[in-house]
Design a binder for this molecule. Sequence first.
Ligand code: PEP
Ligand code: MN
Length: 344
Amino acid sequence: MILPKSTRLTSEQLAEVTAIVAEFGCKIQPIVGAMRSIYAIVGDERDDLMINRLEGLDYVERIDRIQSPFKLMDKRSDLASHRIKIGGVTLGEELFIIAGACTIDPKNPNYFYETAAAVKEAGANALRGGVWKPRTNPYSFQGDVKSLDILMEASRRTGLPVDTEVMEEAHIALALDAGVTTLQVGARNALNYSLLRAIGKAIGGRDNTAVLLKRSIHMGPLNEFISAAEYIAAFGNPNVILCPRGTTPTLDGYRNHPDESITPLLKEKTWAPVVVDPSHSVGKASYVPSAALAAVAYGADGLCIEAHVEPAKGIGDDPKQALTPDVLRKTITQARQLWALRKG
Ligand code: PEP
Ligand code: MN
């Protein structure tokens, strides 16, 4: 839909926009109003180049798109009834909980094994553990490939499927070959289109593999978030879970700006399940349980929570934001009760 700056296009302007859209197989249908006219683009209006050329005209105020730019992740796409299943749980059918350490300590694997057992006992459906870590400070611990063995051993001991972040292409095959079921794309890489494409290619057709896509703090409109998921899905595996995790910090006190309230907005646009990460959102263990419940109240399909048997002994984010097993158990129980209340 073309909205001109003036009340209506001149005949020359109408001829110009008609010629542009014709190059993309579309037509213009003027909608003449008493005060103002607007111009519908009839046909497939998804070509960005067509939109860019129209937006570049100095007499055009705005272009509103009726069609969604994402073909697969859109709520109105053929995939709308697609369901993602991880470790026997279908997302949407029960609250899906991923929990575990921020960062696996390769020198002290027992902390992770004990955390994995505690997370299972607390009722989690999947285990998270960071092998490779995106750290703001280049001198902080960057992760260690040795932790991948620890992660998989914890998975064998508990029977839980695992989630770990991949930061570069080389990590993808290592993680998949080891048996990781959910590849995490971190907030820093959620706009790294070559990584998203590489993940999409690597998991295309692997029905039992999923991606937990964090929301980048640099993502503006929600379409940008859903389009990042579309990059992955375009290669044949639509198992992409959207994970709000807090956006650019604007509040003194929280690590990031909590964004669990975007869940209903995402659900209006996409069928993709939403698993909220309250840990990175608020960044402090004492605030995490409330943030987790808020996420469920807003309609999240699941939660991704950092937990550790002894947070103070953890590395990475764990000393400040990991829940102890007792608090995790209570949070999961309350979150499931709230989820049931919402569904009931
Ligand atoms: C993490 O999950 O430990 C992590 C680094 O998350 P994010 O990418 O959301 O910062
Ligand atoms: Mn972390």
